[in-house]
Design a protein around this ligand. Structure first.
Ligand code: GLC
Ligand code: GLC
Length: 830
């Protein structure tokens, strides 16, 4: 069952009934001001940090679902009836409803009693505000006398404090209302120099700023007393709960349309110019007034919207494909790329499943996210890499998380997740391949943000790899520490007390538990490093008095070979790769285990790292994945699911069978298997796995999937769960980047390398081919792929000249448009 449809031409998903299984959200903003917006106008906004600068309130996990939003009410003066054109919060039936979620904007509205109202919500580029552009049309054949109410509830900035510290917070709310603009200035009198405002393009009839005056005692947003009455009373909030509500009076002749604009914004004043009148503590509005004037004017708003559209157009234009599969096209060309940008902007901070008060930026997550957006925003990717690397510790290890505002490592969580540093190597390699900017390896970067500790970034990478080499266990495999990629495989924790953090607590010395996953990841990273060490950069390296000698390619080739040997000797279980050795050196992910006999992660990463490919081990590992882990809804993480708590394995066994890391379809890992299948040249299987979790391909079962059909979710419930097929934790997940990499670089096979763009498709047998446009190092490549027979052999012609190998040589003559023709497969002579 569907709840809408894809409008590919407008790059929108159109939701046609408001009661989606969960709020289906979108994001507003791309720089500093952000908002979440659901299909019924729920959600909230913040400036930069979802916890510390929360502008509006939202109540997570509340009933009814999805309360707190950008709510409009229309009231018919004749009948006294009122309703919300976004359905929520009044939930009165609409004759017609649509929510168009687009790139950086949403248009939500509907018709009731012949009155249509539609609002376009977006954040103009370069501004710290959001615009609600509402168009109201009278489809009746009689004039309509209406009142429009617009409302928001202010958060008192720190979202966590706002939701807990009532003894203080119910006393501090302050507002000013001047010339129809509502200014929210709680704590401005003391240490804040920022405030929020809510303005309207029409001279409002009246306003309300005290929540209780608007809602009435014991009432909710579904039936505000002031709306019911049809008149706001100009309340000024002192303490309690400041809100912003405007009332606009409208008379529309039959067929008439009117546009009304609301602006919700964030503004800062210089500390010395906070007040217009310090004695009266009146807010200085000098610099904000022109901004409000610009965006309450329709022409300014339309121009800003067009600029936003061009911004997204130019980002997405860097990679566009036309394949035989419409669902692949809409993911690659629109939604997957968009989701990658959202993970760049939001990391894991604020979604329907992340409350915005919790996690910082993950070291491992941020490095992987980069793989998905580096081609769209290489300059910002560079900055991101340098920020991440600056939190690395001198021993090569990493803080597990860092704080986006301070960019410093988070002491509360600390380090010791032994996979973390290796992801930095993959991120830097991806960046250099994309840009050819070898110079980044020479850029001085400090450790733990301590001035004076700077070394070239190259040495950060060396130390990252050395960190693994310095920490190997009894089987010669890397020690796991708190966890590896799987945050919930906690082999040194042994937690018996409820509420203890599985990730932070460490009860064992950590000298025995080993991870086959980290071994595979190490080989992958060492292979990248060997290539970087061999690259153009090497000749440019300045002599350094660094504590480490500079290591060259051969060192990493040898290290990869030795680690591969260790995996083959101690990390193979007979039919698949083992997952780990626990604290007692017992096997995890072995046929000999009672539960958790096989795990997805080592099968994916080891084959990606080329381990066992020359023999038949890789093939057998992937056959085991198909046999034990694959389901029609995707590939589960492990089997059999753990049915009881194993103190020696940690959080993974805390989840009920089929959810999250305990045998859920943890979507992040599925693309590793897709890539592994392409390593073996099996395009049909890779693509089949791709389609199983591809959100667009799951649209038809939206009643089962339940989360948005336009973005990936972190997890789909596995076959052991009663809700098999149900997705959770949509939007902010490494799934976005890895699926983008799997489909574009490995299945379609358009892959940046250090030497240039490689064309190596491993596509389904029945595809006749595809075309693509890829902007790479300033050159636009127009690529046509044609299948001429079975298999994956590639023949290239560049601007009609046959070329040896799979890599398109970088143009040396300043050409910026290149035509590449690739034929795939062998001419069948049988
Ligand atoms: C979450 C974390 C990620 C981790 C994964 C598996 O997605 O953000 O860092 O790798 O879970 O535990
Ligand atoms: C929880 C989640 C897991 C996440 C971890 C660290 O364990 O289940 O996915 O990675 O927390 O934040």
């Amino acid at each position: 069952m569907r709840f809408g449809y894809f409008d590919d031409q407008h790059r929108e998903y159109v939701i046609t009934r408001p009661d989606t299984p969960l709020p289906w959200i979108n994001y507003l903003g791309s720089e500093a001001y952000f908002g979440l917006i659901s299909n019924t106008a729920g959600g909230y906004s913040f400036y930069q940090d979802a916890r510390l600068r929360r502008l509006t309130r939202y109540r997570y996990n509340n009933v009814p679902l999805d309360f707190g939003g950008r709510y409009l009410y229309l009231r018919d003066a004749e009948s006294g009836e009122f309703w919300s054109p976004s359905w929520m919060p009044t939930r009165l039936p609409l004759e017609e409803y649509a929510c168009r979620h687009g790139l950086g904007y949403s248009v939500i509205g509907g018709t009731r009693a012949g009155i249509e109202a539609r609002t376009r919500y977006f954040v103009p580029l370069g501004e710290t505000l959001e615009v609600w552009q509402t168009t109201i049309t009278n489809h009746r054949d009689t004039p309509a006398t209406l009142d429009l109410f617009a409302s928001i509830e202010f958060a008192l900035w720190d979202a966590q404090d706002d939701a807990t510290n009532f003894q203080r917070n119910l006393n501090i709310g302050e507002v000013e209302v001047v010339e129809g603009v509502i200014y929210h200035k709680t704590e401005y009198r003391e240490r804040r120099n920022h405030f929020a405002y809510f303005a309207c393009s029409e001279p409002p009839v009246a306003f309300e700023t005290q929540r209780e005056a608007f809602l009435g005692p014991y009432r909710g947003w579904d039936a505000p007393e002031a709306v019911e009455r049809g008149a706001l009373n100009n309340s000024i909030a002192h303490g309690w709960a400041p809100v912003g509500a405007h009332q606009v009076h409208l008379t529309l002749t039959p067929g008439e349309s009117r546009q009304i604009i609301f602006v919700l914004g964030y503004h800062e004043n210089p500390r010395r110019a906070k007040f217009e009148d310090a004695a009266l503590q009146v807010l200085n509005k000098r610099t904000v007034k022109p901004i409000i004037a610009r965006y309450t004017d329709a022409s300014g708003v339309d121009a800003a919207f067009e600029a936003l559209e061009s911004y997204w157009e130019s980002l997405l234009a860097r990679f566009q494909v036309q394949t035989p599969d419409a669902e692949t096209d809409r993911m690659v060309n629109i939604w997957n790329a968009y989701q990658c940008m959202i993970t760049f902007n939001l990391s894991r901070s604020a979604s329907y499943f992340e409350s915005g008060v919790g996690r910082g930026m993950g070291f491992r997550d941020s490095n992987q996210d980069l793989l998905g957006f580096v081609h769209m925003i290489p300059e910002r990717a560079r900055e991101r890499i340098l920020d991440i690397a600056a939190t690395q510790l001198p021993d090569g290890g990493a803080y597990h998380q860092y704080q986006p505002l301070t960019k410093r490592g988070n002491d509360a969580v600390g380090g010791g997740f032994n996979d973390d540093p290796l992801w930095l190597v993959l991120a830097v390699a991806a960046y250099v391949k994309e840009t050819g900017d070898w110079d980044i390896l020479n850029t001085p970067v400090p450790y733990d943000n301590q001035p004076g500790t700077e070394t070239p970034l190259y040495e950060h990478l060396q130390r990252a790899l050395q960190y693994t080499l310095d920490r190997c266990g009894p089987h010669g495999l890397p020690l796991i520490g708190h966890a590896d990629w799987n945050d919930c495989l906690n082999l040194n924790t042994f937690s018996e007390e409820p509420g203890q953090s599985f990730q932070v607590l460490q009860s064992q010395d950590g000298k025995t538990a080993e991870s086959v996953f980290i071994a595979g990841l190490f080989v992958l990273a060492a292979e990248e490093m060997a290539q970087m060490a061999n690259g153009k950069w090497q000749n440019q390296l300045p002599p350094t008095d660094a504590p480490f000698a500079i290591r060259h390619s051969q060192f990493y080739i040898d290290a990869a070979r030795e680690m591969t040997a260790a995996v083959l000797a101690e990390g193979w279980d007979g039919e698949w790769f083992l997952r780990a050795y626990d604290h007692f050196s017992h096997k995890v992910g072995s046929h000999a285990c009672e539960e958790g006999q096989i795990f997805i992660e080592p099968q994916g990463i080891c084959v990606m790292a080329d381990i066992g490919v020359k023999s038949d081990l890789a093939e057998r590992a992937l056959a085991a994945v198909e046999e034990h882990l694959a389901t029609p809804h995707g590939i589960v993480l492990n089997q059999p699911a753990y049915t009881r708590y194993h103190v020696e394995l940690g959080e993974i066994t805390s989840y009920p069978p089929g959810y999250k890391e305990n045998a859920g379809i943890f979507c992040h890992t599925n693309p590793w298997i897709m890539i592994a299948e392409t390593v073996l040249g099996r395009g049909d299987r890779a693509f089949d796995y791709y389609k199983r979790i591809c959100p667009a391909a799951r649209e038809a079962i939206s009643d089962v999937h339940r989360s948005e059909p336009y973005v990936y979710a972190q997890m789909i419930a596995g076959k052991d769960a009663p809700t098999h097929g149900e997705a959770k934790n949509s939007w902010l997940t490494g799934t976005a980047a890895w699926n983008f990499v799997a489909i574009t670089q490995h299945i379609l096979g358009i892959r940046p390398t250090f030497a240039g763009l490689e064309i190596a498709p491993v596509i389904p047998a029945d595809w006749a081919g595809f075309t693509a446009t890829r902007v790479f190092r300033g050159v636009t490549y127009h690529i046509t792929v044609e299948r001429i027979g079975p298999g994956n052999d590639v023949g290239l012609a560049v601007d009609d000249t046959p070329t040896v190998g799979n890599i398109v040589p970088l143009p040396r003559d300043g050409r910026t448009e290149i035509h590449v023709k690739a034929v795939v497969g062998r001419v069948d002579t049988s």
